[in-house]
Design a protein around this ligand. Structure first.
Ligand code: FE
Length: 192
């Protein structure tokens, strides 16, 4: 029986240390904020249209604010009317159902139903969502083209051509880096 005495003393010391150190003795519930072995709940995804800003709302940021918000590549395309290399866009071959949003401000721009394979090397759509895109005459590079801009933030998206499929005959030729895609489960993929 003598062997049990040192074991009992050792156990008492361990419990005492746990209490002094702020730990919870066995049998008591751990205080809030302590490490919880239970798995974290998955984040609730909002409905994908829930955070769409209203049509007509504007987002005006300074160039410094855009530089902080965007990557250098996104900034060059969205704010300096750049063009990504053909065939390189992350969303070029995306075929999931969902909404394509502006990579700068998150406004919805295109429905996946209108995306098609144009063979151009850039994501292509035959129609834009109502009121989300503005058009501007672009005479750069010795051509006359129709430039497409996000109606909310003014970000450069791409150009529109009249060689698209039915029912509109239009081709909205868009830089993948100007977009983000939100699937029906709420998941967002950057087009960069
Ligand atoms: Fe935008």
């Amino acid at each position: 029986m003598k062997i049990w005495i040192p074991i009992a003393l050792l156990a008492a010391c361990v419990i005492g240390y746990a209490v002094v150190a702020g730990g919870a003795p066995a049998g008591e519930k751990a205080p809030a904020g302590a490490a919880d072995p239970a798995p974290a709940k998955p984040a609730a995804h909002p409905a994908y249209h829930a955070h769409s800003p209203p049509i007509g709302e504007k987002l005006m940021l300074s160039e410094d604010e855009w530089k902080k918000k965007l990557s250098p590549h996104q900034y060059r395309i969205l704010r300096e009317s750049g063009t990504e290399f053909a065939g390189t866009g992350k969303l070029l071959h995306n075929k999931e159902d969902g909404t394509y949003r502006c990579g700068g401000c998150g406004a919805p721009l295109f429905d996946s139903e209108t995306k098609y394979t144009s063979g151009s090397g850039w994501p292509s759509f035959y129609a834009a969502l109502e009121g989300r895109i503005v058009e501007k005459v672009d005479t750069s590079h010795g051509m006359v083209r129709t430039e497409l801009l996000c109606a909310r933030c003014g970000g450069h998206l791409g150009h529109k051509f009249s060689d698209g499929p039915k029912p509109t005959g239009q081709r909205y030729c868009i830089n993948s880096a100007s977009l983000e895609f939100q699937g029906e489960d709420g998941r967002v993929i950057s087009g960069e």
